[in-house]
Ligand binder design. Sequence first.
Ligand SMILES: Cc1cc2nc3c(=O)[nH]c(=O)nc-3n(C[C@H](O)[C@H](O)[C@H](O)COP(=O)(O)OP(=O)(O)OC[C@H]3O[C@@H](n4cnc5c(N)ncnc54)[C@H](O)[C@@H]3O)c2cc1C
Length: 292
Amino acid sequence: MQIPAPFDYARATGVDDAIALLERHGPESRVIAGGHSLLPMMKLRLARPEWLIDINNLYELDFITVEDDQVRVGALTRHAALLDSADIARLLPIITDAEHVIADPVVRNRGTIGGSLCQADPAEDLSTVCDVLGAIAVARGPGGERTLTMEEFHVGPYETALAPNELLCELRFPLRARTSSAYEKVERRVGDWAVVAAGAAATLASDGTIADAAVGVTAVNLDGTVPGIDDLVAGRPPGEDLFAEAGALAAEACDPVADQRGPVDYKRHLADELTRRALRRACARAAGSQEG
Ligand SMILES: Cc1cc2nc3c(=O)[nH]c(=O)nc-3n(C[C@H](O)[C@H](O)[C@H](O)COP(=O)(O)OP(=O)(O)OC[C@H]3O[C@@H](n4cnc5c(N)ncnc54)[C@H](O)[C@@H]3O)c2cc1C
């Protein structure tokens, strides 16, 4: 049986208390949210924190708030709450698409958006979603609050820009008129991690051409969004030729590795095909959008 190395445990009573506990117990302490990534790593002894700081009582970090120009999502918001949210489905449907295919109900009932982003697993779906949506991360530490773009937040695989005594508190998703988004994923079986997935967001101009767009691809070694997509699509009408060009660009930009989920050529093919599908659906949704 796999059991973690010994650790101590403290349950934080608020954000300031969590930060104080992280300060007091030093860099060998780790926040635990849903525990669906951290506990398996501890059982495999890939992580050996000396202290676990439990943030599950920080209800102030569990919220979905719609404002005029943005949607704010607390870091402790569970996957299940995102999946169930009518506001998210209406305004940021790429999140709903992704949540349908993240793990299973057991994981979704406990796992959090903050834990997903902080784990920074390259196969994790919500990082791509946040990249594509241009999300802003709000972190708090002993020095106060700071905001980071996704480019600043993601440092590399399993690594973020958060200091050991900082807490991810919130994600902010900008809202724009005539904009929508979609996510497409291929998995080997229901609930599995992506073989490859792609997310797209598109904003349409009043004449129906694409004003701008972003595409991100999951599990194929591509950080951030696919470079060059915006230049490719800007000013052009949505259509199959354009989606094919975007798919080819995504396939070229990624750098898949062969593993138990498939060979390199297959993954590159999926990056191409899923990019086409995601961009096609994002444009169709933007055209039908009632948001301005
Ligand atoms: C069987 C299984 C299948 C899965 N399939 C998928 C999948 O298909 N797609 C997918 O995207 N994910 C998948 N996951 C991962 C799942 O989404 C996890 O919920 C998520 O990765 C981590 O969220 P958590 O709240 O459980 O984080 P935890 O495990 O509690 O924490 C993860 C890391 O983030 C840190 N952390 C957590 N919250 C904060 C915070 N607010 N501030 C600072 N640091 C923080 C922790 O210290 C730890 O280092 C799967 C997990 C399992 C177990």
